[in-house]
Design a binder for this molecule. Structure first.
Ligand code: SF4
Length: 335
């Protein structure tokens, strides 16, 4: 089996013209916003040197901030160093993440020249009222237009969305996930909203203008969107922000350390309970991929308890086998 990894390099908030209410790139990455370009290049080189290893594919991934909004010379210097490491075989490609309103034909030709292969867009929501309330500084149409340009120009497109932004609802989040699929995404990331101190969102939460997500809400709502991606064959690269001390210390919102696992577990319980229906007085036997057994039996048995409550089965037995992931096979005994 091919081994793949990302070599992430964070460019915190550099060049971003905006200040979204939830954004605290400094808090997320734990770094100051602007750095001397020479220092940054040395850090990039040192990361790439230290990451040389036995992988079939390695992608240099420029994350944080809005890569294509960085001052042009700075952006090209970073890409140029990345290209040296593609030439020497350390990496096989480059991925970047950026804002939907910072993509056009010209920037795409520059990215192509530097062998960028994957572009992730911070779509966040396709509901304009959510984007406006979150002070994103762009509208849903920007995401649709940029995604079209990205896919037409042969890049692999990834859509990033958020759960629990101001004005957001379960329905608008489901629609956003569907829209990202429609935009032609091959990959997606879902970020349940975390509230960092020092952000406008924190002030909004403090004055009652915004209600932060509880872990349960974040899990239930994220699972609905994640399922749309799984069912559409869109690769879900990540659920939740990268772990860091700052994330751990965020005072409000969805910063549970195992949120990704909880979401996957919830997808299973949703699929199984929908398929099983009311199992009162019956025994429910569930065959799932052995790779996923922990999703139903782990987390202190919470998933199993939820399944018992939802299906009302007298007894539930879980068997791990070679079934495909997220395609449980059910047998109901006592019909
Ligand atoms: S676009 Fe990204 S980097 Fe810029 S303010 Fe918003 S979240 Fe922060």
């Amino acid at each position: 089996m091919k081994t793949h990894r990302n070599l992430p390099f964070f460019v915190p908030h550099a060049g971003c013209p905006n200040c979204c209410v939830f954004c605290s790139q400094v808090k997320i990455t734990g770094e100051r916003a602007e750095k001397d370009i020479n220092v940054e290049i040395e850090e990039l080189r040192s990361m790439l040197e230290s990451e040389k290893g036995e992988f079939d594919e390695s992608q240099i991934a420029f994350f944080g901030g809005s890569f294509t909004a960085i001052e042009r010379n700075r952006m090209e210097k970073l890409l140029s160093v990345a290209n040296e490491y593609i030439d020497s075989g350390v990496a096989s490609g480059i991925r970047i993440s950026t804002r939907p309103d910072k993509i056009d034909e010209e920037i795409l030709s520059v990215l192509k020249k530097y062998r960028v292969t994957h572009i992730e867009l911070g779509v966040q929501s396709t509901d304009d009222s959510v984007l406006i309330k979150s002070e994103r500084g762009h509208l849903a149409k920007d995401s649709f237009e940029s995604a079209k340009l990205i896919t037409e120009n042969g890049f692999v497109f990834g859509g990033q969305m958020m759960i629990g932004l101001p004005n957001s609802t379960v329905e608008s989040e489901i629609q956003t996930a569907r829209d990202i699929v429609k935009m032609g995404a091959s990959e997606a990331r879902i970020y349940p909203t975390v509230v960092f101190e020092g952000t406008k969102l924190y002030d909004m939460a403090m004055n009652g203008e915004y209600k932060p997500l509880s872990t349960e809400e974040a899990v239930a709502r994220t699972a609905k969107c994640a399922r749309i991606f799984y069912e559409a064959g869109v690769k879900l690269l990540r659920i939740s922000l990268h772990s860091s001390e700052n994330l751990k210390n965020a005072p409000l919102g969805a910063n549970h350390p195992a949120i990704g696992e909880l979401v996957k577990s919830r997808i299973y319980t949703d699929i199984i309970s929908e398929k099983a229906g009311d199992c009162t007085g019956k025994k429910l036997i569930i065959r799932i991929s052995k790779k996923d057994i922990s999703m139903l039996s782990g987390h202190n048995g919470q998933a199993l308890e939820l399944l018992k409550t939802k299906t009302k089965a007298d007894e539930i037995k879980i068997i791990g086998d070679d079934s495909p992931r997220f395609e449980p096979i059910l047998e109901i005994q006592g019909d």
